[in-house]
Design a protein around this ligand. Structure first.
Ligand SMILES: [Mg+2]
Length: 385
């Protein structure tokens, strides 16, 4: 039986911030792309879970009122019970417990025990190789031509040490330009860099998907991700694509729930298994998905950056790359500085000379939040008690 500790109060602190030279892509208006002079809101929130042990969990993210009411009075050490209860509460929507809650409970536990989360997970590697993961292509002189991607990949390799590079290409074509970019990048960087392509569901036809996939084959890409306009949900479509394209597939970043992830594997729809602590049930959820992948001889690839992913990946044998993104040659400073040291902010230059990020050594998530910055940009606090 865990020691008797109770959650006494939850707070969500909201803050505002802006990214410069980032706007909306012109054709559909959803995706963020380079746009000189534009500004994009990039605020966020911090979830604080307080306990009667005098130790708190504190992480980027939020909680809704229903989950907060459930958590008040519960024992924060009973993570697995909480995980399953909150998962059930989300069965009609994301089918996973709110990631921030689980991560905050791990942060609390680490601080209670005086140990970093990676140590509680049995982690051993403290340097994580990264891929520079680009913003989508734009028409504004940033990532506009195939050679822009090629030059940026070469810069990431030669100047920053990145061992890998992932393109998010253009929204809405033309497909010839996408094919040219796939080939131009390989030509520029040679064989010493792993390359990935993520159209993020931007292609229109099966023929588009095939043409780009065949270019990935020719240029020996590491994976081909979420190519179908359907958004990466169809197991059938991906299993069929495998009949035509040799490059390993990665799909499932929009598929929620451990059971549905299992189906992506058994349907042979994916070669790498996607997991995201923020939306797949926190650190507990990521480690479950990683074990699921392990049981099938597959690797798990974490979607997006963040401290929680650094701790998980430190403890995962079957994971290849840390996704550092999104990045762009002309957009710098695209993360709210909620940590004082840029090493933890997942910026383009947060990597060491070998293109790796570090795993924090402090208790819990291991890096103190910069509350001076957060309080200066605070727009409100929601409290549950
Ligand atoms: Mg993706």
């Amino acid at each position: 039986m865990p020691r008797p500790i109770k959650i006494t109060r939850l707070a969500v602190t909201h803050y505002a911030w802006e990214i410069h030279d980032l706007g909306r892509e012109e054709r559909l208006g959803f995706d963020a792309v380079y746009r000189p002079g534009a500004r994009s809101p990039a605020g966020g929130s911090i979830l604080t879970i307080e306990t009667d042990a005098g130790v708190k969990g504190e992480v980027p993210g939020a909680v809704d009122a229903r989950a907060a009411q459930y958590l008040l009075g519960r024992n924060p050490l009973e993570r697995d019970v909480i995980w399953h209860d909150l998962k059930r509460s989300q069965r009609g929507s994301i089918n996973a417990p709110p990631g921030a809650v689980d991560i905050a409970l791990w942060d609390f536990a680490g601080k209670l025990y005086g140990a970093p989360i990676h140590e509680l997970l049995g982690g051993w590697r403290m340097k994580l190789p990264c891929y520079a993961s680009t913003y989508h292509g734009d028409e504004n002189g940033g990532l506009t031509r195939p050679e822009d991607y090629a030059e940026f990949a070469l810069y990431c390799r030669q100047e920053l040490g990145y061992p890998a590079f992932k393109i998010h290409g253009w929204i809405g074509g033309p497909i010839d330009r996408e094919v040219a970019a796939v080939l131009a990048i390989r030509k520029a960087v040679g064989d010493g860099m792993a390359l990935m392509l993520d159209p993020a569901g931007a292609f229109n036809t099966f023929d588009d998907v095939l043409r780009v996939g065949r270019a990935c084959d020719e240029a020996r890409y590491f994976w081909y991700e979420d190519a179908f306009r359907g958004g990466g949900f169809s197991l059938y479509a991906h299993a069929k694509l495998r009949e035509f394209v040799k490059t390993p597939l990665l799909m499932g970043e929009h598929i929620r729930g451990l059971e549905a992830k299992a189906d992506t594997i058994t349907a042979r729809a994916t070669d790498y298994v996607r997991a995201n602590a923020g939306i797949d049930g926190g650190i507990t959820g990521v480690m479950k998905i990683a074990a699921l992948a392990e049981a099938h001889g597959l690797d798990v690839e974490l979607h997006g950056p963040g401290l929680a992913h650094r701790h998980c990946m430190a403890a995962l044998r079957n994971s290849n790359w840390f996704e550092l993104g999104l990045v762009h040659p002309k957009i710098t400073n695209n993360r709210a500085p909620i940590y004082p040291d840029k090493r933890w902010l997942d910026l383009l230059d947060s990597v060491d000379d070998h293109g790796c990020v570090d795993v924090p050594a402090g208790p819990g998530l291991g890096v103190d939040l910069d509350w001076d910055f957060i309080n200066r940009h605070k727009t409100g606090v929601t409290v549950y008690e």
